[in-house]
Design a protein around this ligand. Structure first.
Ligand SMILES: NC(=O)c1ccc[n+]([C@@H]2O[C@H](COP(=O)([O-])OP(=O)(O)OC[C@H]3O[C@@H](n4cnc5c(N)ncnc54)[C@H](OP(=O)(O)O)[C@@H]3O)[C@@H](O)[C@H]2O)c1
Length: 290
């Protein structure tokens, strides 16, 4: 599916037996406003996906809840049949309501339906990685994941899922998942300004489990900080580039999935994430979320 036109910063990581570029792409921004309905610029959305693969990205993060269904259908239209090197990571455990909310859908029968629908909309026989999304829109919520995670393990045994992960999870839920079955990744909110998972990232690195921060650029409210602006100005770079470069240098098990609906931003992010940061830069940035 095209030879990569630039070498992506960060190298690769292995999710179970799947090698992915550490610089990936998060597809949530491709749907309409607030992740509901079709994009205003459909051809533009398809172009972003093709550009991602053209840049050499082999990790795309998605969910059937985006749109709902629309983002997965765009991925299929733009990229199917998929190259063997491309790995699509999806998530289940939340659905959408008419107001655009994200109500939980974690009963075993809801998870089975979600896996089946992801397979259909993406045009796959097996999902490479499925994250069980926990908690709510405010963040992780403590409580056992055994029933829901066990249901996904059952679907994995049936060959519908290659590898499992958890998302929006507490450290205790991550441990509980690992006690039930191996996981290859944890996808939680984390960026320069939101550092709740610092200890968890280090623990996962020791276990060889990827940590995939969502909202790496701040999500719906872009990261803003005077220290970030100061470092970016000094380096003649954008704050977005500094934020991504910091994440890549934070820990080798961090995989990036910045979201964008713009080819120009995608290219800018792929180049910017490789910005070298000195010890002084890192020390200044480290103060932001502490
Ligand atoms: N597990 C979960 O519960 C969960 C929750 C949220 C997200 N996610 C995943 O995480 C991924 C990343 O999160 P996200 O997309 O919400 O947030 P994000 O990556 O932190 O930020 C995306 C926002 O930044 C803007 N942006 C990107 N590059 C830019 C640039 N170079 N210059 C200026 N603005 C730029 C985008 O606007 P433009 O479109 O204009 O570029 C978009 O508004 C999602 O795509 C999704 O796959 C998972």
């Amino acid at each position: 599916m095209g030879t990569p036109s630039v070498s992506l910063p960060g190298g690769t990581w292995t999710l179970g037996d799947l090698t992915v570029t550490r610089f990936g792409y998060g597809a949530m921004q491709l749907a309409g406003p607030w992740v509901m309905g079709p994009p205003a610029d459909r051809e533009g959305a398809l172009a972003v996906l093709r550009e991602a693969v053209g840049l050499g990205i082999t990790h795309i993060d998605t969910a059937d809840a985006y749109g709902p269904r629309i983002t997965n259908q765009l991925i299929r239209e733009a990229l199917h049949p998929y190259s063997d090197s491309l790995h699509i990571v999806t998530k289940v455990g939340a659905t959408r309501d008419e107001e655009g909310g994200w109500p939980p859908a974690r009963k075993p029968e809801e998870l089975r339906r979600a896996v089946t629908e992801n397979l259909e909309n993406l045009g796959l026989d097996t999902l490479d990685v499925v994250n069980l999304r926990l908690g709510d829109a405010q963040g992780p919520v403590p409580g056992s994941l055994a029933e829901a995670f066990g249901a996904l393990v059952g679907l994995q045994r049936q060959g519908l899922i290659r590898h499992l992960g958890v998302s929006n999870a507490t450290a205790e839920q991550v441990s509980e998942a690992c006690s039930i079955a191996p996981i290859v990744c944890v996808q939680n909110m984390y960026n320069l300004a939101h550092r709740h998972d610092d200890d968890l990232i280090d623990e996962l690195a020791e276990q060889g489990i990827a940590y995939v921060p969502f909202f790496p650029l701040g999500g719906f409210s872009p990261l803003q900080s005077s220290a970030l602006t100061a470092v970016a100005t000094r380096l003649d770079a954008t704050p977005m580039s500094v934020a991504l470069a910091w994440l890549l240098q934070r820990s080798p098990n961090i995989l990036l999935i910045p979201g964008t609906s713009s080819v120009a931003h995608l290219r800018e992010n792929a180049a910017g994430a490789g910005l070298p940061l000195s010890d002084d830069d890192l020390a200044e940035l480290d103060k932001i979320g502490r």
